[in-house]
Design a protein. Structure first.
Length: 244
């Protein structure tokens, strides 16, 4: 695993963050050092998916990046489930393919290059996972995307959604961001790296408030939404179509 040093040197003009080959090469390190409880959330996602996954159906990871979640699912899900990983970055999918081949998957799987801003093909799904993905979809496209996902999920299926979020309280929002940057600094990122990455993400990652994400899914085909994980400005939701 390469070490993330993408923003370690001063950049005159900080370009928008891109999921290119340079990012793909260090993305696993970036996630572990940048996302609080990343490995535990991976475990929780797989645990939740195991109770909803049904043999003969598809389990989707939308925004699968380097395939870490797919590999975790392969270890935990019942036989007969088909895994589908989608990402808009060919470089990420290439890295995912390499990791999956080295792992040796026991489930049937497919990788697809799809831009979620243009929609997605979801069918016969028992589980759809979006782990820090929806926040990169343009807000004007999110309603349509969630409707398509809901349409492709079977009646007893679920959407597992993890997002960076905003607080309704501006003071707490500042506190939570401070704690988050402290977390990153404790994991070896310099203040320069944190500042430049924040600038790179400013027009690319658009978080919603906790309640806005709940409203988004409930008005677009889902009937219940519960929070299963929360850490300051990170939130995990389990979203269902059925209510029993």
């Amino acid at each position: 695993m390469g070490k993330d040093k993408i923003f370690a040197t001063p950049q005159g003009t900080v370009a928008d963050f891109r999921f290119d080959a340079k990012t793909a090469a260090v993305f696993d390190d970036m996630l572990v050092r940048s996302v609080p409880f990343y490995l535990e959330v991976q475990r929780m996602v797989s645990e939740l998916a195991r109770d909803f996954a049904v043999p003969g159906t598809n389990v989707y990871d939308l925004g699968c990046s380097t395939g870490t979640t797919l590999i975790q699912l392969d270890q935990d899900l019942p036989e007969g489930v088909r895994l589908v990983g989608c990402d808009s970055s060919e470089e990420m999918l290439r890295k995912a393919g390499e990791k999956i081949e080295a792992h040796g998957m026991r489930h049937e799987y497919a990788l697809a290059c799809q831009d979620l801003n243009r929609g997605v093909e979801v069918e016969n799904a028992s589980v759809v996972i979006m782990n820090l993905t929806l926040q990169f979809v343009r807000p004007l496209n999110r309603d349509r995307l969630i409707r398509r996902i809901a349409k492709g999920i079977n009646g007893d299926g679920c959407l597992i959604l993890i997002e960076k979020v905003l607080s309704r309280d501006s003071l707490l929002n500042r506190f939570f961001l401070k704690y988050y940057y402290d977390f990153k600094e404790a994991n070896g990122y310099s203040k320069l790296e944190i500042s430049q990455k924040r600038e790179a993400l400013e027009n690319v990652l658009i978080p919603y408030r906790v309640q806005e994400n709940e409203e988004l899914v409930l008005k677009n085909g889902f009937s219940s939404c519960e929070i299963f994980f929360k850490w300051y400005n990170f939130c995990g939701y389990i979203v269902r179509k059925g209510t029993e």
